[in-house]
Design a protein around this ligand. Structure first.
Ligand code: HPA
Length: 268
């Protein structure tokens, strides 16, 4: 990790205060940055590579309405075979660069019948069913506590700002609970019935390790899902990754508009 951090620090073009992790099909957001400067993952020593289609694989520094940002275009999933620690390398790096507010976006299956394909949902809480935790193993007490509290894992204050901003912009932003599965297979209809029963509104294969790591490091967290498809068994259709990417492209403009307005308001 140290070699990666040294490399990123040497090549960073600013001191970011906000970090954004982009989900499947949402990579286009990085093009919105001003004074953008990219560091390809491939150039960073000891750094995981993005293998998932729809994930680009670069760190992009830049500003948005004057706020210095770093954007991860491409994240690392447990289903790619990464360890939980590798999956959160980006969050560790952001924190080391001085980021204090982390925004996670992802593509998710909709379980709550009130969501339609393309819906945007601010995550209010999660259920970790990945069977893994990035904090397992020795704890570095300098970075955070052995047993971090997760009561406000998704910072209520930031979510309120996002909901207010969406309302102002005329964008519908729902709230919901995200269940994280290991993947890479999509869920079965029986699994989706189970997830609904235990209180999940959304299902996906990312974000939760990163949010756990962010909380350990004391970062403030905002997470927004794009419902790219209704979860297995709910629409009568099979799920495919192409549909997931296509929905990401469909809502991209709305998503970007929301993020561009929200980000300067979070950084106070
Ligand atoms: N399940 C899990 N992850 C996903 C889905 C889904 O239906 N859609 C997008 N990511």
């Amino acid at each position: 990790m140290q070699a990666a951090l040294d490399h990123i620090r040497r090549h960073a073009s600013n001191a970011p205060r906000v970090g954004v992790v982009l989900g499947s099909g949402l990579g286009g957001f990085a093009q919105e940055l001003e004074e953008a400067h990219a560091i390809p993952y491939a150039s960073i020593p000891d750094w995981p590579q993005s293998t998932a289609v729809g994930h680009e694989g670069k760190l992009v520094f830049g500003t948005l309405s004057g706020v210095p940002l770093v954007v991860m275009a491409g994240r690392f999933h447990l289903y790619e075979g990464y360890t939980p620690q590798q999956a959160v390398a980006g969050v560790r790096a952001m924190h080391a660069l001085g980021v204090r507010t982390a925004i996670f976006t992802n593509a998710a299956g909709g379980i709550n019948a009130g969501f339609a394909r393309g819906a945007l949902v601010a995550i209010s809480d999660h259920i970790n069913l990945q069977g893994a935790n990035p904090l397992a193993g020795p704890n570095d007490d300098r970075l955070g506590p052995r047993f971090p509290d997760m009561t406000d894992a998704y910072t209520a204050e930031l979510r309120a700002i996002a909901l207010d901003t969406a309302r102002e912009l005329g964008i519908t932003l729902h709230e919901g609970i995200y269940a994280a599965m290991l993947g890479p297979s999509y869920e079965t209809p029986a699994e989706i019935r189970f997830l609904r029963t235990i209180g999940a509104d959304l299902v996906g294969m990312s974000t939760v390790p990163e949010v756990i790591q962010a909380n350990h490091l004391g970062l403030r967290v905002l997470a927004i899902s794009c419902v790219t498809n209704m979860a297995a068994g709910l629409s009568g259709e099979k799920i495919n990754h192409e549909e997931v990417l296509e929905t990401g492209r469909m809502v991209r403009q709305t998503f970007v508009r929301l993020l561009k307005t929200v980000i300067p308001r979070l950084d106070r």
